[in-house]
Unconditional design. Structure first.
Ligand SMILES: NC(=O)c1ccc[n+]([C@@H]2O[C@H](COP(=O)([O-])OP(=O)(O)OC[C@H]3O[C@@H](n4cnc5c(N)ncnc54)[C@H](O)[C@@H]3O)[C@@H](O)[C@H]2O)c1
Length: 309
């Protein structure tokens, strides 16, 4: 039987981790694509050389030619630049939208049957750009943010309670970034609502730290942004699709009236399986949570409008 194929466009920090983890987990053969000559080839060779130590069977190759993504089952887009000091949000939006548009056109041309997982920031807007440019069905295009934001939320809860992070089941909605909407009512510690274990002010400060989780790492690293946990998060989505796990993961998906929102990509819990986004799970929200989600979707819609998507 043929092994699955995953292409990763953008062989930078996040792309490298995605490729390494997919190989280690033997999920698929991997093609790393980048515009920098030699770099994706070098990373692919380096990852391949760890196969004898890690004992995985997966072919990893690097290329500067988009045509090599042909027949991919999944394409992960991590190509782009991170925001640097002095760069406005609009500058970032403009630069990354040109890169993501190019990558999406390549996916449409060479891998028309692939699922696309977008990682490039600003996440929800870039995912909408992928959807528009490829013209793919809405179950095939999704963005990674919620898995990472939840993982950050879970870690800080586990540390506060002094319990295993494995027993934290976090839930949050909304856009990646400032307008993320954590849902403590739906977050449990082995089934026990978080609201029964921590006071509201403590939960708020933990949620705030998760919301600023990316910025906290940028401030520490000074050059570049987070990539280990972002890479793991994208791979969890790849795995759920390739193994038809039907995990419920928060992903940025196209809403068509769900949660009273239409025509915008935003983070909500979805069932991820062999058909991609198989179901959008609608939870009952309070008026306050609904308003926060609406604000979040309006921020994405504003960016989408600025780009003229
Ligand atoms: N969604 C999330 O939660 C999340 C988390 C972390 C990072 N990110 C985003 O992911 C993106 C990548 O982050 P990184 O740390 O890997 O950055 P990076 O700079 O290490 O890697 C980006 C790579 O994209 C390549 N690239 C640029 N234009 C290209 C093109 N047209 N075709 C192919 N490749 C191209 C660059 O050469 C570079 O190697 C950034 O936009 C970052 O903000 C998102």
């Amino acid at each position: 039987m043929k092994r699955a194929k995953v292409s990763v466009i953008g062989a930078g920090q996040v792309g490298g981790i995605v490729a390494f983890q997919i190989a280690q987990k033997e999920l698929a053969d991997i093609v790393l694509v980048d515009i920098v000559e030699g770099m994706p080839q070098g990373k692919a060779l380096d990852i391949s050389q760890s196969a004898g130590i890690e004992h995985f069977d997966a072919r990893v190759s690097g290329t500067n030619n988009y045509a090599d993504i042909k027949e991919s089952d999944i394409v992960v887009i991590t190509a782009g630049v991170a925001r640097k000091p002095g760069m406005t949000r609009e500058d970032l939006l403009k630069i990354n939208s040109e890169i993501v548009k190019k990558a999406s056109e390549a996916v449409k041309a060479y891998a028309p049957n692939a699922f696309v997982i977008s990682v490039t920031n600003p996440l929800d807007i870039m995912t909408q750009l992928v959807y528009k440019t490829t013209g793919f069905k809405k179950n095939k295009v999704l963005g990674m943010a919620g898995v990472l934001d939840s993982a950050r939320f879970a870690l800080f809860i586990a540390e506060e309670l002094g319990v295993s992070v494995k027993d934290i089941f976090p839930m949050l909605l909304g856009s990646h970034g400032d307008t993320m909407v954590p849902l403590p009512r739906y977050t449990t510690v082995s089934g026990i609502p978080l609201t029964e274990l921590l006071p509201a002010d403590k939960i708020s400060s933990i949620a705030e730290r998760a919301r600023n989780g990316g910025a906290e790492i940028v401030a520490l690293l000074k050059t570049g942004s987070a990539y280990f946990a972002p890479g793991s998060s994208a791979v969890a989505m790849v795995e759920s699709i390739l193994k038809d796990q039907k995990r419920i993961l928060p992903c940025s998906v196209y809403l068509d009236g769900e949660y009273g929102i239409k025509g915008v990509f935003i983070g909500v819990p979805v069932k991820l399986g062999k058909d991609g986004v198989e179901q959008i799970i609608e939870m009952k929200l309070t008026a306050e949570e609904t308003a926060a989600l609406k604000r979040s979707s309006e921020a994405v819609a504003k960016g989408v409008k600025e780009l003229g998507i």
